[in-house]
Design a protein around this ligand. Sequence first.
Ligand SMILES: [Zn+2]
Ligand SMILES: [Zn+2]
Length: 184
Amino acid sequence: MATPEPPPAGRIDIAELRLAPGDVVVRELQVTAPSYRQSGTTFRTHAEEVAAEVQVAAYDGGYDLSLRVDVELHGPCARCLGDATVPIGITTREIHEPAADDDELRCGFVDARLHLDAAAWLQSAVALEFPQRVLCSDSCTGLCPQCGRQRDDGDCGCVPPETGSRWEKLRELRFDDDAGDAGE
Ligand SMILES: [Zn+2]
Ligand SMILES: [Zn+2]
C-alpha cells in the first residue's frame, strides 16, 4: 500500500494534523518568497524563502486559517530609480469548509487533499498589499528634470525653468489659505 506523499515545501497537510473541533495548531514554515511586478520591474526579497506562521483552528465542518509573514521586497524608486525597500506585514485569514457549496467558504489555497499552499496564499496577500507607487523615502526629491542627476546627491546647479517662479507664487498663496483655515 502506497504511503501518501508528503506535501511539498511551503504547504501544510491539514488532514495530517488530525484536528478535532476546537483544536488549534500553529506551524512555522519556510515558503517560497513572494515577488511583485510593477512598472516593468519585479520587486523581490533578498532570500528565496521567507518564514511564515500559519495557524489552523478547527471547528465543526471547517477550518479557520491565519497567515502571518513579514517580508521586505526590493526594487527601484519610482522617482529617483535608487534602491527602494517595501516592507509588507501580512496578517490574513481564510475560512475553509471542504463540504461547503458556497465558494466564499472554501479557501482557494487549499486543495482537495486538504493541502494548504501557504506560498500561493502569501503571494496573493502581497499583491493586495503592495503600494501603488514605490519610493525610496517619503522625502525623495527625485531626479532633476534637466540633467537627470539625483537631487538627493546635492545641488546639480541647473537653473529651474521660468514656470518655477510661478509655482512659488502659487505655493505662497496656498500657504496663506492654509494659515487662515487653521486660525478658525
Ligand atoms: Zn527615490
Ligand atoms: Zn540638474
